[in-house]
Write a protein that binds this ligand. Structure first.
Ligand SMILES: N[C@@H](CCC(=O)N[C@@H](CS)C(=O)NCC(=O)O)C(=O)O
Length: 150
């Protein structure tokens, strides 16, 4: 399968993402993202638990929603209450495969639905190691490690 957003972009002959991966030499270009949630309180608890292994914690909160900051102190993930939510797909990049597994275990324990256990997804690229869960609103949340096993 060709990754949808990679159409027309750099691919190898198998249509994987090898040429499109971040190199770490440029700044992250997505500064922050907001996702809608139908129940702010339970979503806050869910994301606190699911993202805790990745070093995320709540930095800002109010009736308007909550902002989570990464282990590096960057508030790049935000949730806000919305009556109608259109599910999105969001991937968190992590440093190693243990963190992928820790995210998945924490998210499932916090009530997420399984959408793909930790493991390699070589159809994306050789060392694409990821896990996927669905939150209560159907958002498809992923943790991915691009590095080879260390
Ligand atoms: N259950 C799949 C989930 C894969 C998945 O959600 N992939 C993301 C891209 S990294 C996606 O949105 N895929 C398109 C789709 O599922 O329609 C797995 O475990 O590999």
């Amino acid at each position: 399968m060709t990754y949808p957003s990679n159409e027309g972009g750099p691919t190898d002959p198998d249509g994987r993402l090898d040429g499109a991966r971040p190199t770490g030499e440029t700044p992250e270009m997505i500064d922050h993202v907001f996702i809608g949630v139908t129940n702010l309180d339970s979503a806050k608890e869910f994301y606190k638990a699911a993202l805790e292994p990745l070093g995320y914690g709540i930095a800002f909160e109010g009736e308007w929603g909550a902002g989570f900051k990464s282990a590096q102190g960057v508030p790049d993930f935000w949730i806000r209450p919305e009556e109608t939510v259109v599910p999105i797909h969001l991937g968190f990049q992590v440093e190693n495969r243990d963190l992928v597994a820790a995210f998945y275990a924490a998210a499932i324990a916090a009530g997420a639905k399984d959408n793909g256990a930790p493991g390699l997804r070589p159809h994306y690229h050789e060392t694409y190691y990821a896990a996927f869960v669905l939150d209560a609103d159907g958002h498809n949340i992923e943790a991915v490690c691009h590095k080879p096993e260390s």
